[in-house]
Write a protein that binds this ligand. Structure first.
Ligand code: G3P
Length: 217
């Protein structure tokens, strides 16, 4: 399973990248706005900066909801860097635009996916990635992991090439469950990635080893 970081924060992207386990980045308008980025040029420059840090797919989301607007925006985003993936919402015009991008060699990430039916449509349109929002499904007292399992199974049975990018990750356990479910990618906030490191027995064991090492010096 590949690891993407789900943020537009440059420091956090650098920190995850320095670990050597980062395969890509996902952003969305909420995450970009959180960094105080304003205006077309600043947005484009920010994506370029991210692409220069991480050697892997970087999802940049369109703001438009009409086919023509999505295509125009996506074409401009794709010109920023070869690693840019145009992130498109799961709506009728979005599916049409994903098909257009697929036919024109532009990579896409179909976002805001909450059902297997939506994931089938995204794959039929040729999306490079599909983003089921696991945490938001859990928030509404449904089982997000069940959806990941269902989409992974359908894609395997049907031989779809679209990669399952589990999004809206909230905890290290979500990451473990996504790995079990066969997700191709997990896009996670930095604390969830770092949370995977934690175990009290590791800390206790290390302390003991360090104490014993001192007695031998
Ligand atoms: O980028 C999409 C997704 O990961 C959002 O996560 O935590 O806002 O549900 P969240």
């Amino acid at each position: 399973m590949k690891f993407f970081i789900d943020t537009a924060n440059i420091e956090q992207i650098k920190e995850a990248n320095d670990l050597g386990i980062l395969d890509g980045v996902t952003t969305n308008p909420t995450l970009m706005a959180k960094e105080g980025i304003k205006g077309h040029d600043a947005i484009m420059a920010h994506y370029k900066t991210i692409c220069e840090i991480v050697d892997g797919p970087v999802s940049a989301e369109v703001f438009g909801t009409k086919f023509e607007d999505i295509v125009e925006e996506g074409k401009k985003l794709a010109l920023i860097h070869p690693n840019i993936v145009v992130k498109v919402p799961m709506i009728k015009d979005g599916i049409k635009a994903i098909k257009w991008f697929t036919d024109n060699g532009i990579k896409t990430n179909c976002t805001l996916v909450f059902s297997a039916g939506q994931a089938i449509l995204a794959a039929k349109a040729g999306a490079t990635f599909v983003s089921p929002f696991l945490g938001r499904i859990d928030d509404s007292s449904w089982d997000g992991i069940q959806l990941i399992e269902q989409i992974v199974n359908i894609y395997n049975v049907q031989g779809y090439m679209t990669e399952v990018l589990a999004a809206s990750i909230r905890t290290p356990l979500h990451i473990v469950r996504c790995a079990e479910a066969g997700a191709d990618i997990c896009t996670c906030p930095l604390p969830s990635i770092l949370g995977l490191l934690k175990h009290p027995l590791t800390d206790l064991g290390l302390q003991q080893f360090l104490n014993d090492a001192k007695t031998m010096q």
